[in-house]
Design a binder for this molecule. Structure first.
Ligand code: EPU
Length: 367
């Protein structure tokens, strides 16, 4: 059933544990209810007023695990409550409930489905693809917008289609994965023109029945107790469940559980710089970790730079930098949104002063 609340607390809807309110908070279970919400006179009037101020007509959240409300939200916050995973039938064989094509299986996932439930489902059913993305907090719709990624895999590698509701045209619109404008933590649905227009209702994922593991990230091999360079055959003995368990162990070892400590995962993106910039820095910091992006660009871990600036484990008011991973900002308890914002700004300035690189938030700052 749909739910429209005015002056609604957002505390249960953001993992940073910000005690703020939304002028309107509305949840729906299906497209009909979404349309009813959008056509509700009070909701429609507020969306119109927000638009007139040059702001987004609504902000759609998943489980609020990659955002920071910077204060009370004066507009409409939407949330999808629809969950479920279903195998897409193979074309031409409507009686079959198996979407197979040389080992490919298509899964249609409702936007409100907890992402890790998708990972668990795949592992239980012998479907390869999402296992490295295990335990990433959030819901599937938001995961596809955000292009979540970890340990060498991004959801964009798996997205076949994103099925949206086009709010302006009042009809369904389907984006192919190739039309999504995917990049590192980037998609077209993160940008205003599309964000104001499309609401993700389902995501179709392309997963594989044939074994294909991604174990290049050295931390995974370490957690699995293997070294593929020395023993390339070790991969054949591994189960999907073992890989999922290894990813879960790594994440639990480095990242705070939002149930205990308010946070939104990596607060900043890892900057991608021109090789000339990287080469100059490397002469100064020969041990700087880095990843090759393409021929001309290198990615530098922002967490390493933040640690070099002396921020690891430190606090500013009730906002802090996590002890085990400097890329994660935490709410030490009762922090106001502006305390997190102040810490964010101070870190950006300090990193720029030391390294000449301006890092950017990865979380959405919403106010
Ligand atoms: N590092 C430090 N000090 C720190 C943190 C990191 O020196 O305080 C160094 C590490 O030793 C390592 C490098 O920086 O050499 C990279 O660290 P890590 O492997 O922990 O990953 P990350 O680059 O900090 C990214 C993603 C994570 C994802 C991991 C693993 C972004 C913004 N973050 O973090 O995603 O889990 O890689 O693939 O790209 C998230 O988006 O919320 C998230 C957790």
């Amino acid at each position: 059933m749909k739910n429209i609340a005015q002056n609604a607390p957002l505390l249960p809807y953001n993992t940073f544990h910000m005690d703020v309110k939304a002028a309107v908070f509305a949840e729906y279970e299906n497209v009909d209810e979404l349309r009813e919400i959008l056509n509700d006179p009070a909701v429609a009037a507020l969306m119109q007023a927000e638009k007139a101020k040059g702001r987004l007509p609504f902000w759609h959240i998943g489980s609020g695990s990659n955002l920071l409300f910077t204060g009370d939200y004066p507009g409409v916050v939407l949330h999808c409550k629809s969950t479920g995973i279903r195998v897409v039938p193979t074309e031409g064989t409507e009686s079959s409930d198996e979407g197979e094509d040389e080992g490919v299986c298509l899964l249609e996932v409702e936007a409100g489905t907890v992402w890790d439930d998708v990972c668990a489902y795949c592992v239980e059913n012998g479907l390869y693809g999402p296992e490295n993305l295990s335990l990433i907090p959030g819901e599937t719709g938001a995961a596809a917008v955000q292009n979540i990624g970890a340990y060498g895999v991004e959801i964009s590698n798996l997205v076949e289609k994103v099925i949206c509701w086009d709010v302006e045209a009042d009809k369904e619109h389907i984006f192919d994965g190739t039309e999504m404008g995917y990049g590192y933590r980037e998609s077209r649905l993160k940008h205003e023109a599309d964000k104001a227009r499309y609401v993700v209702i389902r995501v179709v994922l392309r997963v594989q029945r044939k074994p294909r593991l991604h174990l290049e990230y050295e931390g995974i091999q370490k957690a699995l107790g293997i070294n593929l360079e020395a023993d390339p055959e070790a991969v054949e003995k591994l189960s999907l469940q073992e890989v999922r368990n290894a990813v879960i162990r790594i994440r639990e070892g480095k990242l705070p559980d939002p149930k205990d400590v308010g946070n939104a995962g990596s607060f900043f993106k890892n900057p991608v710089v021109e090789n000339a910039v990287f080469d100059k820095l490397q002469t100064q910091y020969p041990n700087m970790p880095h990843y090759v992006v393409d021929k001309g660009h290198t990615k530098i871990p922002a967490g390493w730079m933040i640690e070099q600036c002396g921020w690891k484990g430190k606090s500013l008011g009730r906002a802090g930098v996590y002890e085990k991973q400097s890329l994660v900002l935490v709410n030490r308890g009762g922090a106001e949104p502006q305390e997190i914002v102040r810490l964010c700004r101070t870190i950006i300035e300090d990193v720029e002063k030391k390294f000449g690189i301006r890092i950017e938030p990865e979380v959405n700052l919403i106010g």
